[in-house]
Design a protein around this ligand. Structure first.
Ligand SMILES: [Mg+2]
Length: 218
């Protein structure tokens, strides 16, 4: 409804954080090899890295519980800056993550995730830890997983695909950077009748991610 905030539903893995890079480091460390020895491109199921479903479950568990992957994941370029600008423009940032899809390690997954969001400087009004059901009443979603994109669209939601090698089979709209996602979101909010107020450069600190003060680098 016009007058209420425009809600952007933001996926974490593969959208805010570079899951592939983080998982590559873990798999390489577990195998005693250099990360470069694992293929740059990967399909959704990591078949290129010689990982089957059982091995993925084992490695993912090791990654989360021992390597603390959710605390150490590299952020996607520009994600915090774009989300701060969107938040300043009046967009409601709703983080949506499926990190509880497994039945173990929930305490570590949740605490490492919120610690990471603070460390990286990502602003959000609320956060949803989900199992299967993808829909959480957002006006616009951004996700990298083909099955999530299709499930949300099947329910009539507007979903942007965050580009990755494993989702090229899914139709757009598609963005390849957070700069593109920021512009798409502002345009979508304006189309939906939400007034958006963008910052005038130079009037305030141009890097709003510094507002939360010094923090450790992720
Ligand atoms: Mg994802």
């Amino acid at each position: 409804m016009v007058g209420e905030s425009f809600i952007l539903g933001v996926d974490l893995d593969g959208v805010c954080g570079d899951y592939t890079a983080a998982f590559r480091s873990v798999v390489a460390a577990e195998r005693g090899i250099h990360p470069d020895q694992l293929a740059e491109q990967r399909s959704w199921d990591f078949g290129e890295w010689g990982i089957d479903a059982d091995e993925f479950e084992r490695l993912h568990r090791v990654a989360v519980l021992e390597h603390r992957m959710f605390r150490e994941m590299p952020p996607m370029p520009g994600v915090a800056e774009s989300l701060w600008r969107l938040s300043d423009a009046g967009i409601w940032i709703r983080i949506i993550t499926h990190r509880l899809a497994v039945n173990w390690g929930h305490a570590v997954a949740v605490s490492d995730t919120v610690e990471w969001l603070d460390a990286v400087g990502i602003p959000y009004r609320d956060i949803c830890f989900l199992g299967a059901k993808p829909q959480v009443e957002a006006d616009l979603y951004v996700d990298d997983a083909a099955h999530n994109v299709l499930a949300l669209r099947a329910r009539g939601n507007e979903v942007v695909v965050f580009d990755a090698p494993y989702n090229h089979g899914v139709e757009g709209p598609r963005v390849t950077s957070w700069a593109e996602m920021e512009a798409f979101t502002l345009a979508a909010a304006a189309r939906a009748g939400h007034p958006v107020q963008t910052q005038l450069k130079g009037l305030v600190d141009d890097d709003p991610t510094r507002r939360l003060g010094p923090r450790r680098s992720p």
